[in-house]
Design a protein around this ligand. Sequence first.
Ligand SMILES: *[C@@H]1O[C@H](CO)[C@@H](O)[C@H](O)[C@H]1NC(C)=O
Ligand SMILES: *[C@@H]1O[C@H](CO)[C@@H](O)[C@H](O)[C@H]1NC(C)=O
Ligand SMILES: *[C@@H]1O[C@H](CO)[C@@H](O)[C@H](O)[C@H]1NC(C)=O
Ligand SMILES: *[C@@H]1O[C@H](CO)[C@@H](O)[C@H](O)[C@H]1NC(C)=O
Length: 251
Amino acid sequence: MRMLLGLPQLWILPLLVVVLFQCSFALVIDYSYVGARGPRHWGDLKSDWKECSDGKAQSPIAIRSKHAELNSSLPGLRAHYQSSVCSIASSQYIFKVFIAGAHCTLPLNRATYTLTDFHFHIPSEHTVDGTRFPLELHLVHKVAPNSSQITVVSKLFKLGRSDPLLDQILKLKEGNATINLSNYINLHGGYYRYLGSLTTPPCSEGILWTILKKTGTISSSQIKRVIALLQGKNARPLQKINKRAIYKHSS
Ligand SMILES: *[C@@H]1O[C@H](CO)[C@@H](O)[C@H](O)[C@H]1NC(C)=O
Ligand SMILES: *[C@@H]1O[C@H](CO)[C@@H](O)[C@H](O)[C@H]1NC(C)=O
Ligand SMILES: *[C@@H]1O[C@H](CO)[C@@H](O)[C@H](O)[C@H]1NC(C)=O
Ligand SMILES: *[C@@H]1O[C@H](CO)[C@@H](O)[C@H](O)[C@H]1NC(C)=O
């Protein structure tokens, strides 16, 4: 050790700092799912994360199909997803796929949202009728690239056959691939709708949530690979519904 850190080798230190900095540059998160930086403390960690503890319309929530109000004015979902360049970003607790260009759109409430990324939570964050699923996919749509007007479409996955989209994504590792998302993502089959928040800091509210009723399947080997990428589970605990209305659309 003394030899290694002897004077002649000191030049290596700034180099190490540069390398470490660059490696951790891409996706640094300063919250956790356990311990002192875990979900119960998110609201205290930064002043602009206060909504995580003070918010009254937070996500995720427990959905009860019987208590959800059937709302006939909710439209069916018609996404216009297309071939897009997808690239992966991952770090502890994050496994995210960025969509280049603005080719995938979702018209909703007189606005046109664009799919900007999708990411995975293990296990699911939302529960339906008391069931927590092994995995939840969040498709994040925004009206403009940096807009805070966000709508998230969530798909829940049971254990079963492997999911073909996840297979494509896991093959990606680093770099890009063009994936025709319309072949893999289907928004038909009804949904639950409510107004909530981001499920990660800053927990901003005003997020329009759509939880698809139709579930997908993933295989246990896929779950293992996603857990290895996430290096731990990343589901925020259930939040209070308070006075929120939860609607359902069935088709
Ligand atoms: C149906 O949902 C919309 C929000 O999407 C809401 O404004 C409206 O009040 C709901 N209608 C009923 C009958 O609950
Ligand atoms: C959007 O945000 C990114 C990163 O914060 C920034 O680099 C970019 O300039 C922003 N774009 C616009 C149009 O504001
Ligand atoms: C990913 O795609 C973008 C174009 O969308 C390109 O500029 C970039 O070089 C690609 N990166 C890799 C690692 O292939
Ligand atoms: C993507 O898939 C859809 C539906 O399968 C198809 O209609 C469309 O032509 C495909 N786009 C490309 C570029 O292959």
